[in-house]
Design a protein around this ligand. Sequence first.
Ligand code: PLP
Ligand code: COI
Length: 378
Amino acid sequence: MEIKILPLPKDKQKAKVSDESKLGFGQVFTDRMFFAEWRADRGWFNAQIKPYEPFVLDPSCLVFHYSQEIFEGLKAYRSQAGEILLFRPEMNGRRFNLSADRLCMPEVPEPFFLQAVQELVYLEREWVPSMAGTSLYIRPTMIAVDPFLGVRAANHYYFYIILSPVGPYYTSGFNPIAVMVEDQYIRAMVGGTGEAKTGGNYASSLKAGVEAKKKGFDQVLWLDGVHRRYIEEAGATNIFFVYEDRIVTPPLEGSILHGITRDSILKLIPSLGWRAEERKIDIHELMREVRSQKIKEVFCSGTAAAITPVGSLSYKGETLEINQKRVGPIVAQLYETLTNIQYGKIGDPFQWVRRVSPVSIKERLHHVLTQQQPSKKH
Ligand code: PLP
Ligand code: COI
């Protein structure tokens, strides 16, 4: 699909954060955004990359009332050689469409999704930070914009992508977090929307997060909604448990997100000589095995949070330390290996990394770029 590239006037060019150690997560946005529309009678149209700006939306839009919304999260990394690298973006394209299907939203053809991500990131490449641990977070989103108060799927959607240079998701960086097993609220049930990346899942999880924070925890670990017994996932991450002879994570059975980091770790584990296992984990068994130190390390995985060690687990008032609240050797090695691949520091045996370069996007972008004023340097 032809993506129109609109000029970026000088007054829409922002100053970049000069101290990349202060980036935090999701607070700074780049100069441009991608935007496209879909109507039931036209399909996709009006695809463009334009200056980052607010939308003017009717207060009755369906998204505001019934949460017909989906999103994705992926990152562009700057290698030491200055290349811009995407990590398995086609997986995000595929998952975006699984979410779209669940929320009765239109499919975004995968090549269109990838073209939009690549062209936008290429144009905004100066915004990809270079300090260790930083990256450009990419947030593709789709919202229902029909002005209508009846409950139905919309006939008009916006698909847009915004970019945010980021540092670590947790302010503590790569340090063990305190996790509370949630026994009152649930996040999702099989048959619900837990597998979809849709805003409602996050809105409904806020209360548990707020209450856990008040008690001094960094994150909530969800149990299944039926038995309140089986481990699901932790906040905006999947979770792994390291035993002496294997690394275990809950299976994808319809209520947890199909994490792309999770899938990558499951593929990395055997390549590092360890055994990976997907199986149901009972919370009572889990606490027993942490208590008896059969479980050596615990960690969370996600795009925003990368690999985050868990330093303690609390369930019904009992708090157990894991690996004396220190970063364990397995977590450290997985973190090193995964991030080294993402930042292009080591070989890419699984061919996960996609280079964003003028060669990988269309020739025409060259013409547009050479006709544009060079962007302001700060
Ligand atoms: N689970 C939830 C609920 C999430 O929001 C995320 C983040 O995207 C993940 C798991 C991890 O998924 P991924 O590794 O694809 O980022
Ligand atoms: C991601 O890891 O990309 C996420 O979507 C997490 C986000 C909810 C902050």
